[in-house]
Design a protein around this ligand. Structure first.
Ligand code: PLP
Length: 277
């Protein structure tokens, strides 16, 4: 596949507006999560979506019934023609089931000068189906995480990365610091799972959705009202894609995350309103 060099691009202006964002993720044919959720999000944020599939999964809202994973070679074969034609301004990385795929992405980011990606480390589906091998997770943590602009683990993923238990906001901050020590530039720990399991309460005793951002040591707690709606699939996919879109549009990291959180909150609220009608 050596024929696709990154130097042979179509005229830059045609490619930069709207900015092109590449999602490298799993394909959920039912559209709730993965690449379809990513593309919907990227379009809503005014970006041109491009996509490379890491795994063809078989699922619907009831669960994941199986998957056929792509090889490193087929992933590379998907990505290189995109890089030849477009100036990719942002990258989002989702489901990475195998160690070979993680290694290939490390090569692509390093050798093809991809923008530092936003990584959503997807270990398992909400229904409990395993979407990543242990070895893939280890290589992601060791080799890919240090290349990322941001990694967006939920509580169980952050616990696995940091090797600690998380039961409150202070634990989230400590886990974020630990994940940065392991090589991440910035980490956003999503507290959604914490609210469901143990409840993080504000001074007014209102249950909040709390996310902790540690950006190169600058720690911010992002608070949002907890929306008590039906489970919405693909929220992690949407959040990371929306952040990649913001970064591609040259918004700051904090502004990209705030806009992404608003978008996901609106999706959850919509789902809640639909079930009430
Ligand atoms: N399937 C694919 C292809 C995904 O990328 C993801 C999450 O990123 C999931 C399933 C999990 O989504 P959910 O948590 O909504 O089950």
């Amino acid at each position: 596949m050596g024929g696709f060099s990154n130097s042979n691009k179509v005229a830059a202006d045609e490619n930069t507006n709207p900015p092109t964002v590449l999602t490298i993720a799993g394909f959920d044919p039912s559209g709730g999560a993965g690449i379809i959720a990513d593309i919907r999000t990227l379009v809503r944020f005014g970006c041109r979506p491009t996509a490379a599939i890491t795994s063809l999964t078989f699922q619907n809202s009831q669960g994941v019934f199986g998957a056929i994973h792509e090889t490193a070679e087929s992933l590379r074969a998907q990505v290189l023609p995109i890089l030849k034609e477009f100036k990719v301004a942002g990258v989002k990385i989702g489901m990475l089931p195998t160690a070979d795929l993680v290694r290939e992405i490390v090569r692509l980011v390093r050798d093809e000068y991809l923008p530092s990606p936003v990584i959503d480390p997807v270990i398992q589906s909400s229904s409990g189906h395993r979407l990543m091998e242990d070895e893939a997770f280890e290589i992601l943590a060791r080799d890919l995480m240090p290349l990322a602009r941001l990694i967006t683990p939920n509580i169980p993923e952050a616990e696995k990365l940091a090797g600690v238990n998380i039961i409150n906001e202070e634990d989230m901050r400590q886990a974020a610091a630990r994940i940065r020590e392991l090589g991440a530039r910035s980490v956003l720990i999503k507290g959604g799972h914490l609210d469901q399991e143990s409840g993080v309460r504000s001074q007014e005793s209102r249950i909040e959705a709390i996310d902790v951002l540690d950006d190169a040591g600058v720690v911010t707690t992002l608070r949002g009202e907890w929306i008590d709606g039906p489970p919405v699939r693909g929220t992690g996919c949407m959040l990371s894609s929306a952040i990649a879109a913001g970064l591609a549009k040259r918004m700051s990291l904090v502004d990209s995350i705030s806009a992404a959180k608003e978008f996901v909150a609106a999706e959850i609220l919509n789902a809640k309103l639909k079930t009430e009608n």
